[in-house]
Design a protein around this ligand. Structure first.
Ligand code: MG
Length: 399
């Protein structure tokens, strides 16, 4: 009789394998990728770099059904009559708008004037859906005309260009008078068009352009403005000229005499660019230095709590020196490293072998620190661990 071997199932093996590969959740290893430099406050694959925030995605809209906004979106119009309170008449004195809410959409009442959000905001991902009147009237710029005015200054055109030609720089999804859309991806009148905009306002320092600002637009999922540089506030008949925008402004929707309908309007503010104080991307040397000092201080505060474990404290404090020098921390690290190397040197035989992985980890950390210029290549504890590793034959083993 054959005995059935007791083998773990394939599924069990897979679980073990996955756990082995991934281990405990980890955001990366210290002393690993290229260290911070003059323009990058973070190391490559830096475990100290903050995790991206969690956003629960929404659902996509269709021509007949509005989708659900992502979890962190700021809702400007959700189809309810109450949401009209977030808008006002775009007159000097403001006040309630005469636009109406009908069948889950906000409709322009011709001759009642532009509307604007009470809230003001700047750089954003903006989502707007609009539908031209089913009752097709007029042609060229006279058919289903409205407009999405970013910060109240720059129009992304709303126009029924379904079988309706007009001048190219005035097409639906054009930056009005500046740049035609890359395509006409419109649905028929009456159906909702889904517009997604990524807007970065122009940033100046006095007269100096720090960033011209850009707008990217998708119309029904089709790219129609590809990081188009902003050439100032848009206008009719006149060429625009680049200029600084304020930090914030309202979103405006245009009354161009047509009962265009809007629904599902929301935005997500975007983080600052490096030119305006953001700390991701390519930074100035000053900004990098400041951020590196901040990261170092945070790691040092963390390291200060590890007194019960001198080796871990040494490594954590040493990690901080990769970001910014600090004489007191340097002295502490050098002292802890010397003590550690001395203890390891006193070990022999099996005692040493049992701690091989740990000793190798510390040796590699010290080698990284030497490469990063934190300690000299001849740093005594580093040399001690290298000699121990070599004498034990660990260097010759397959890595
Ligand atoms: Mg318009």
């Amino acid at each position: 009789m054959m005995l059935r071997p007791v083998l773990p199932s394939f599924a069990t093996l897979l679980v073990v394998l996955v756990q082995t590969v991934h281990g405990a959740p980890s955001t990366g290893n210290p002393f690993y990728g290229d260290p911070p430099d003059q323009n990058h406050p973070w190391a490559i694959h830096d475990r100290n770099r903050p995790q991206p925030k969690v956003v629960v995605p929404g659902t996509f809209s269709t021509a007949s059904q509005p989708g659900k906004p992502p979890s962190d979106a700021i809702i400007l119009f959700d189809g309810t009559a109450a949401a009209l309170d977030k808008w006002e008449s775009d007159s000097k004195e403001g006040g309630p708008t005469k636009w109406i809410v009908k069948d889950g959409a906000m409709e322009c009442v011709p001759k009642s004037g532009y509307i604007r959000t009470k809230e003001q905001f700047g750089d954003c991902q903006l989502h707007v859906e609009w539908a031209a009147p089913v009752d097709v009237k007029g042609d060229s710029q006279g058919r289903g005309n409205s407009g999405i005015f970013l910060m109240g200054l720059m129009e992304v055109q709303v126009l029924d260009n379904y079988n309706n030609p007009t001048y190219a720089d005035g097409f639906a999804a054009s930056v009005y008078g500046v740049n035609p859309p890359l395509a006409n991806a419109l649905r028929a009148p009456g159906e909702f068009q889904v517009i997604d905009i990524i807007f970065r306002r122009p940033v100046y320092d006095g007269d100096k352009v720090l960033d011209p600002g850009y707008v990217t637009v998708f119309c029904n999922g089709v790219l129609v403005q590809d990081h188009t540089p902003i050439e100032g506030p848009t206008g009719h008949m006149k060429r625009t000229a680049p200029k600084a925008f304020p930090a914030k402004g309202p979103l405006k929707l245009q009354d161009h005499g047509n009962p265009v309908r809007f629904r599902n309007i929301w935005y997500r503010p975007l983080p600052p660019r490096s030119v305006e104080g953001g700390t991701d991307g390519f930074l100035t040397t000053e900004a990098t230095k400041a951020k590196r000092a901040e990261i170092a201080a945070s790691i040092r505060a963390d390291g200060a709590k590890l007194g019960a474990n001198p080796k871990e404290q040494m490594l954590r404090l040493a990690e901080s020196l990769v970001y910014a020098p600090d004489a007191a921390t340097q002295k502490t690290v050098e002292g802890l490293a010397a003590t550690y190397a001395g203890q390891i040197k006193a070990l022999a035989g099996a005692g040493l072998e049992a701690r091989k992985n740990e000793i190798t980890q510390v040796m590699k950390a010290l080698q990284y620190l030497a490469k990063a210029g934190v300690v000299p290549a001849t740093f005594a504890p580093k040399l001690t661990l290298e000699q121990i590793s070599k004498a034990a034959g660990w260097d010759d083993e397959k890595k």
